[in-house]
Design a protein around this ligand. Structure first.
Ligand code: ADP
Ligand code: MG
Length: 386
């Protein structure tokens, strides 16, 4: 990790000809359980992972922003008033969008321009929320440099707003909450209605378990549409059932209102309602008896996402089936679905076998090579260096 700190500083110096004022970082996240519950006001249990995005930043004393990333060539220059226009490359809108949301929410008469250089080892588009890592690293940096004094919850909401209104992705607040509030060896129980969080110790190492992340490297061109469609379906169902959000529906209410819903909508709701219950049950089990007993809850979550919410893919299903057949105690897709990554909770002594078996199954199915890494639950966004 130290080398990414050095890369951020060196990249800044080469790009802008002066040293940065400081370096901040924020992690990507994996969601242990609680999928497609966030925009329904429900519960999720994400964790911050040990892959981070690092930003080296300096106030430049003007109104202009300059943004560069090791992943893209060139420096993007813009005024905040230009953010949202089509001159700005999409990747830079995550950075400038965060700056614009914070500037609009907490205005100042001082010039606010900054120069930023970004480096990261969070894989892009793998469902591990490189977008939140980028927004949140910028968020904590500007919170310090602009003396905003904002709480982690305020920053998470600002990141969500940037992603919703500037980038145009209708995501919930889970990713930013995990990236900002993560804790080592812990998951974060997030109540997506109040945005309150609780730290839930995981204790994976003590029980010789590894959280294996498998990136299918599958891109689904319809993911955005499908996501919007699922959201719309949940909102429609809530209205038909006479509640503000599906968070307010329990099994009894769903049974009573079943005749109001077509079969597909009913299954969508059944996923959300059962998933909320599984999140709370996972927290209870973790606290009572530890992670060895949460495996079947993870797998049930996958089955519900596969059969009721219909957001998995053949590759995600294959990862889960093969992982379970080779010793994983639980496995599920993580993130929005339609590609991206799956997680498997695997006893240490089975990890190599699970990785090999998934690799072979992908070859046999004619799929491209998946990516693997062992995720370690890590601390959230922070300042790394002056
Ligand atoms: P995910 O959040 O699952 O990784 P998204 O599509 O939400 O996928 O966000 C990925 C996008 O975020 C990238 O396509 C890019 O535009 C931007 N991004 C993330 N990390 C970086 C980075 N280090 N440098 C530049 N852009 C980045
Ligand atoms: Mg994202």
């Amino acid at each position: 990790m130290a080398h990414l700190l050095d890369s951020a500083k060196a990249g800044f110096l080469t790009t802008y000809g002066e040293p940065a004022e400081g370096v901040w970082s924020a992690p990507g996240r994996a969601n242990l359980i609680g999928e497609h519950t966030d925009y329904n006001g429900g519960f999720a249990l994400p964790l911050a992972i040990d892959r981070r995005t690092w930003v080296a930043v300096r106030c430049n004393g003007t109104d202009r922003f300059r943004v560069a990333s090791a992943m893209y060539t060139g420096v993007v220059e813009a005024l905040l008033s230009e953010v949202g226009g089509d001159q700005i490359p999409k990747w830079a809108t995550y950075v400038l969008g965060m700056a614009a949301v914070l500037d609009a929410g907490y205005p100042s008469s001082e010039p606010r321009g900054v120069d930023i250089f970004v480096v990261s080892d969070v894989p892009l588009g793998a469902g591990l929320s490189s977008s939140a890592a980028l927004e949140c690293s910028v968020g904590v940096a500007l919170n310090d440099l602009w003396n905003l004094g904002l709480s982690r919850t305020d920053l998470a909401l600002a990141g969500q707003r940037a992603e919703n209104t500037v980038v145009g992705a209708p995501t919930g607040v889970m990713d930013q909450s995990a990236s900002l509030k993560g804790k080592a060896d812990s998951a974060i129980l997030l109540d997506c209605r109040s945005n309150e969080t609780e730290v839930v110790p995981l204790g994976l190492r003590a029980d010789h378990l590894v959280l294996l992340i498998v990136d299918t490297r599958e891109e689904h061109s319809h993911a955005d549409n499908e996501y919007a469609e699922r959201r719309a379906s949940c909102e429609k169902a809530a209205a038909l059932l006479g509640v503000a959000q599906l968070r307010d529906v329990d099994e009894e209410l769903l049974k009573a209102g079943r005749h109001l819903l077509d079969d597909e909508t009913y299954r969508r709701v059944r996923h959300v309602v059962s998933e909320d219950a599984r999140v709370l049950e996972t927290v209870r089990v973790l606290r009572d008896s530890g992670p060895l007993n949460i495996g079947s809850l993870l797998t049930q979550s996958h089955i519900s996402l596969r059969d009721d919410f219909e957001v998995t893919t053949q590759r995600l299903n294959l990862v889960v089936d093969v992982a379970l057949a080779h010793g994983a105690i639980g496995a599920r897709m993580t993130g929005g679905g339609f590609g991206g990554s799956a997680i498997a909770l695997v006893p240490e002594n089975c990890v190599d076998e699970v990785i090999n078996a998934i690799g072979l199954a992908f070859v046999a199915a004619g799929y491209g090579e998946p990516g693997f890494f062992r995720a370690v639950a890590s601390d959230g966004a922070r300042k790394e260096s002056d």
